[in-house]
Write a protein that binds this ligand. Structure first.
Ligand code: ATP
Ligand code: MG
Length: 328
């Protein structure tokens, strides 16, 4: 029987969708990811628990939806699984699991010495720290196998808690070299475009243009260093940004300016891990999720209200009754 014209038109896209689903299904089973992949879930409400009990068996439409969701979740997140980090034989991070999808801001809080900066440095590829177990995937790719510059080129950015000074290298040349390293070989960054973008971002962050000719962080005040870090973030436009105590050393006006700069970069293409001690910053950069890290593990996770509760009750409360680790 001849196939009607409309069916013939629909056959190609239908065949593509079916093969896509088949591939996702295969990937799920191969990687053992059929359940449990996706965003860090908020704590279930009692009504949710009942609903979950009533519908433990997924129906066909749920499976299809979760398959498609899995494909995108898997490809668009920074996925840290059961990470253990040691330095000089001492274990600092002890089984940390965390997912930061693109488009979300996750705040990471925790007492001094809990391992927040250690985690940030390992993500960026600091050679002094040994990953003794676990893995980190960025958009499905094993991050820990890449050199630090490769990680940056793939779209990871770290704003340091203690930014280094680079005497003799001006901010303008530093950022230009960083951007140039990302364009395909043989291509040149257009100088006029570059400076237009640089000045636009500096204005956004309330930085004077004279900073472009100053050596990176040399003689900068604490607040100026933090602005310079966010300027790098704005210029490099990464997929994932880890901001380690970007608020420390900022006066209240500078805090608002920096928060405005970060907020202007928020969007579906950027995932942010925001390390901070203070609820104050989270009034300006409102996180999607808040995680509390104690003793090298995430001990609590929740929505933005968790930061308020933490400020009221302190870290001892976070330690007590902690579910460790909070998310798997
Ligand atoms: N290179 C290193 N050599 C020895 N110990 C280290 C090193 N780096 C980190 N540590 C130790 O690991 C622990 C965690 O340090 P880290 O800087 O990650 O904490 P943090 O959570 O960022 O603290 P803070 O809130 O004060 O910034 C600390 O006890 C620190 O002394
Ligand atoms: Mg730190």
């Amino acid at each position: 029987m001849p196939v009607p014209r409309l069916s013939r038109c629909l056959w190609r896209p239908m065949r593509f969708c079916l093969s896509l689903l088949a591939r996702v299904q295969a990937a799920n089973w191969t990687l053992g990811l059929y359940h449990g992949v996706g965003r860090n879930p908020p704590a279930p409400r009692s009504s949710d628990t009942k609903r979950a009990r009533d519908s433990r068996e997924p129906n066909r439409s749920q499976i299809c939806r979760s398959d498609v969701y899995l494909l995108f979740a898997f490809m668009n997140e920074l996925n840290i699984e059961n990470l253990h980090i040691a330095v000089n034989g001492q274990e600092i991070v002890r089984g940390l699991t965390l997912r930061v999808p693109r488009g979300e801001v996750h705040a990471l809080m925790g007492p001094n010495g809990s391992g927040k900066s250690t985690l940030a440095k390992v993500l960026a590829g600091h050679p002094d720290y040994q990953v003794t177990a676990g893995r980190v995937l960025m958009d499905g790719e094993n991050l820990l196998e890449l050199e630090p510059d490769e990680r940056a080129r793939r779209g990871l950015f770290l704003a340091f808690q203690y930014p280094s000074e680079i005497p003799g290298v001006t901010i303008a040349n530093f950022l230009r070299a960083a951007l140039q390293s990302r364009v395909p070989e043989g291509e040149e960054l257009e100088a006029t475009d570059y400076y237009a973008k640089l000045y636009e971002k500096m204005e956004l962050l309330g930085m004077d243009r004279s900073f472009t000719s100053r050596a990176v962080n040399e003689g900068f005040s604490g607040g100026e260093k933090k602005r310079a870090e966010i300027l790098q973030l704005a210029m490099l436009e990464p997929k994932y940004a880890v901001l380690d105590e970007t608020d420390s050393g900022l006066d209240i006006d500078a805090l608002k300016t920096v928060a405005h700069g970060v907020n202007s970069l928020r969007g579906p293409d950027l995932g942010i891990l925001l390390i901070t001690h203070y609820q104050r910053l989270l009034n300006y950069i409102v996180p999607d999720y808040v995680h509390v890290m104690v003793g090298g593990r995430i001990v609590r996770s929740g929505r933005k209200e968790l930061a308020l509760e933490l400020e009221e009750r302190g870290y001892d409360w976070a330690r007590e009754g902690a579910v460790e680790p909070a998310f798997r």
